[in-house]
Design a protein around this ligand. Structure first.
Ligand SMILES: C[S@@+](CC[C@H](N)C(=O)[O-])C[C@H]1O[C@@H](n2cnc3c(N)ncnc32)[C@H](O)[C@@H]1O
Length: 253
């Protein structure tokens, strides 16, 4: 179960079903992943869960950088397959499972750190955060980085982002409150909004003109010409001053 987009087309659907040719599906690259890991006190003794692990880039990076034990879960079988192939190619012992973030297949109090990058805004946020807290050990950390609303956001923009992409961001303060309401202590919220606008430009460069044309063609062949207009609409929302980005971390008592 997730907060579904109601439009037939979304970039998120394209990413989940067949990828768009990029490995890291969040702003800030592996630098923000390292920052999140450090805030969650990840070290060589940690047992870490990456919720919505995508192509497995973060899980492999954590295992390589910190020498910790990592499990990644994602509900897309396509993503889990790619992540397993990546870990195998790198000779890393990282496990990946198909699972829903709202119903994690782990007993309570299992992990020293539970993280999720750029995904919670797609989910039933309260339920997903509750699940992350449930599977974290007492004294362990729960941390995310995610999209935030900023300023006086037009209501229509919120409605369209939810309709198209199924994304329901919070303000940075709103994310902090959700973490506190889930019982987490010492919650910190760090504004990293500059990363999101840089990311859009970086993504375009990484994908290249040919890659962008391929994405449009894929979208048009699957969902028709309307999808071109919708991609542009989402791009405009993401380039607006109302979109920010933040890191939120709390400790389970
Ligand atoms: C924007 S991508 C982020 C991937 C990865 N965390 C990263 O930063 O590169 C969102 C990911 O969430 C996964 N996802 C969406 N809904 C999910 C759910 N209910 N449970 C688990 N994974 C989910 C998608 O398959 C996709 O891999």
């Amino acid at each position: 179960m997730r907060s579904k987009s109601s439009s037939k087309f979304s970039l998120e659907k394209l990413i989940e079903s067949e990828g768009i040719g990029i490995e890291i599906l969040h702003p800030g690259g592996l630098e923000i992943t390292k920052e999140l890991a450090e805030l969650c006190r990840i070290n060589e003794n940690s047992y870490v869960l990456d919720v919505a692990s995508g192509t497995g880039e973060t899980a492999c990076f954590l295992a390589e950088t910190f020498g910790c034990r990592v499990v990644g879960v994602d509900y897309s079988a396509y993503m889990v397959k790619r992540a397993r192939e990546k870990a195998n190619a790198k000779g890393l012992d990282v496990e990946f499972k198909v699972a829903d973030a709202h119903n994690l297949p782990f007993p309570a109090n299992s992990f020293d750190a539970v993280i999720s990058e750029c995904t919670t805004c797609l989910l039933d946020k309260e339920r997903a955060i509750r699940e992350m807290v449930r599977v974290a050990k007492a004294g362990g950390y729960v941390g995310i980085h995610d999209v935030c609303w900023k300023g006086d956001v037009p209501e229509e923009m919120k409605i369209r982002l939810a309709e198209i992409e199924g994304e329901k961001p919070e303000t940075l303060e709103g994310w902090k409150i959700l973490f506190e309401n889930a019982g987490l202590a010492d919650v910190i919220a760090i504004d990293r909004s500059s990363l999101i606008h840089e990311w859009i430009e970086e993504l375009k460069k990484q994908i290249g003109i040919l890659g962008q044309v391929k994405i449009f063609l894929k979208a048009i062949s699957k969902w028709g010409f309307e999808s071109y207009r919708i991609i542009r609409e989402v791009e405009k929302i993401y380039q607006s001053p109302y979109i920010g980005y933040g890191i939120i971390v709390g400790r389970k008592c």
